[in-house]
Write a protein that binds this ligand. Structure first.
Ligand SMILES: NC(=O)c1ccc[n+]([C@@H]2O[C@H](COP(=O)([O-])OP(=O)(O)OC[C@H]3O[C@@H](n4cnc5c(N)ncnc54)[C@H](OP(=O)(O)O)[C@@H]3O)[C@@H](O)[C@H]2O)c1
Length: 246
């Protein structure tokens, strides 16, 4: 893929991995649209890159997804890349959820429902372009679950599955489907300070855009490459090693 000349929508693009990828697409010469819930974060990003287009949108809400897609179709008819990046991570023992479902339903809605729904909503527009891409951000935890984040891991495993099926469904179209598989990366995911042990954000983002430009369809980094290539026996072993620490 040529990183220049695209029109790309990045959900959750005002911070963390989304913003790091937005910066690289802007620097390469693409037109970038970012969305998120926090207007101040979107404005901060726009201050750094005045050419950025921003939209406040909560992708957990189906009607806001529909409105976002409608706005994009009207304002950016050349959209050729959808990057489903927005995500949250909650760490809670399932036994403690009880009747407090709403927060956890949000995790499923943001991480799983939103990328599926936005893909469906924007497919007709993407299909009109000569070359188009849907990029889904999953996780190394899609392949080796973290029991400390059981719902999160399940949503990411489901997104890995969905990404494979979507790629196959679209294999005879001009739309390529790419999966970005981060390991732990130093962002604010789950709350400030929870991922400081992770890979440096900019090293990770540089490697991901290199993979994208080389035409890779499933792009990992560091330990997530190990996870996504592991055999069933290795998955069991990695699962034990990782989860015995929590
Ligand atoms: N960092 C890691 O270790 C790691 C590892 C594996 C996978 N990932 C994945 O990478 C992606 C990006 O995460 P990150 O690490 O960059 O975390 P982050 O810094 O917390 O960024 C997440 C972004 O998503 C946006 N977002 C969250 N909920 C949203 C909603 N309902 N509607 C619209 N935007 C929403 C947030 O903006 P607002 O809060 O303003 O809405 C924020 O900009 C996620 O899918 C995450 O699961 C991260």
């Amino acid at each position: 893929m040529n990183l220049a000349g695209n029109t790309i929508l990045i959900t959750g693009g005002a911070s963390g991995i989304g913003f790091a990828l937005a910066e690289r697409f802007i620097q390469a010469g693409s037109n970038v649209i970012i969305c998120g819930r926090r207007e101040d974060k979107l404005q901060e990003a726009k201050k750094q890159y005045p050419g950025l287009h921003t939209k406040v949108c909560d992708v957990a809400n189906p009607s806001e997804r529909v409105a976002l897609a409608k706005w994009v179709k009207q304002e950016f008819p050349k959209l050729n890349v959808l990057l489903n990046n927005a995500g949250i991570q909650r760490r809670v023992p399932i036994a403690e959820i009880g009747e407090e479902w709403q927060e956890h339903q949000q995790e499923v809605a943001i991480n799983l429902e939103a990328p599926i729904h936005l893909s469906a909503l924007l497919l007709p527009l993407l299909q009109q372009q000569q070359e188009a891409y849907i990029m889904n951000v999953t996780s190394g935890l899609a392949f080796v679950p973290g029991s400390f984040a059981a719902i999160y891991s399940a949503t990411k495993a489901a997104m890995h599955s969905f990404t494979m099926s979507l790629r196959h469904q679209l294999s005879k179209t001009s739309i390529k489907v790419i999966e970005i598989v981060p390991p732990a990366v130093n962002t604010d995911l789950g709350g400030a300070g929870l991922h400081t042990f992770g890979a440096p954000l900019h090293d990770f983002a540089d490697a991901i855009v290199q993979g994208i430009s080389y035409g890779e369809q499933e792009i990992g980094y560091g330990t997530s490459n190990r996870n996504r290539k592991a055999s069933r026996e290795e998955i069991d072993q990695l699962f034990q090693e990782m989860n015995s620490r929590f």
